[in-house]
Design a protein around this ligand. Structure first.
Ligand SMILES: [Zn+2]
Length: 259
């Protein structure tokens, strides 16, 4: 339906057509950016060590990265944020890679990612550094990266973000509890030389309140709603690429495993 603009002497406004053109233009000249998420990567699945939905077999993970590399130019998360806030046309398809939970197995894939020139952001729960991640509903013995291992990671291809002090549901906390958890998480991680003020919600669970709190603190939130990003609308969207989700994500982005 065409709208009539009151400041236009009653002539019909072309706003809807302009919007359509803008949308078409935006899609063509500002390609959506994908941010992918993975968790544990090991040679074999062990139900005592891994959660099936948060796990990839090492060779499969490498194959999946190669498939994505054929389409996307991988950049850092900070670069994604800059691009989403920029009006400069994006001719290429960009993507970033993130890893949640800081399981120690990530150390085994970092050399591969470095060789491929792929930046990665690790989202850490500092409560579990130097220990195991005890989380309700999760495997009992997911070995976490240690403090020393994490602080030894200083490659320019790597950044460290926040995933909450512990791995719990931010929407079940009061504003004060969530604030305290974020502050504690930040306090324990910000001395890392590659720290960035990005916060990946545990399980993607968030609310308007948690969003307001993070924005107030100048922290950039990350979701897991299986969407791509066209602009920065107050959060960065991600898609999981752990083996359990791989085929679904592949179909959502319109890619196939074939060469
Ligand atoms: Zn997590």
């Amino acid at each position: 339906m065409t709208r009539v603009c009151s400041c236009n002497n009653g002539t019909k406004s072309k706003l809807p057509i302009v919007q359509k053109i803008k949308k078409k233009y935006a899609k063509r000249f500002r390609k959506p950016i994908e941010v992918f998420l993975f968790h544990a990567v090991t040679e074999e699945y062990d139900e005592k060590q891994n959660m099936l939905i948060d796990w990839s077999q090492t060779e499969d993970f490498k194959k999946h990265i190669h498939v994505l590399k054929r389409r996307y130019t991988f950049v850092s998360l900070e670069e994604v944020y800059r691009k989403l806030n920029s009006r400069i046309p994006r001719w290429r398809r960009y993507a970033a890679l993130t890893c949640d939970d800081g399981f120690s197995s990530v150390l085994d894939v970092l050399p591969f990612l470095a060789k491929e020139g792929i930046p990665v952001t690790l989202f850490i729960n500092p409560k579990y550094l130097d220990g195991v991640s005890h989380r309700e509903g999760y495997a009992e013995n997911q070995q976490y990266i240690t403090h020393d291992q994490l602080w030894a990671l200083t490659s320019p291809l790597l950044t460290v973000g926040m995933h909450g002090y512990e791995h719990d549901d931010s929407t079940k906390k009061t504003a004060e509890e969530f604030c305290r958890s974020v502050e504690k998480c930040k306090e324990l991680l910000q001395s890392h030389p590659r720290f960035v003020p990005y916060y990946a919600y545990t399980g993607g669970r968030h609310s308007d309140l948690t969003q307001q709190i993070l924005h107030h603190k100048g922290i950039i939130p990350l979701m897991v709603r299986g969407k791509s990003n066209t602009k920065y609308y107050g959060a960065i969207e991600r898609r999981p690429i752990d083996s359990y989700y791989w085929e679904k994500t592949l179909s959502l982005i319109g890619l196939s495993n074939e060469k």
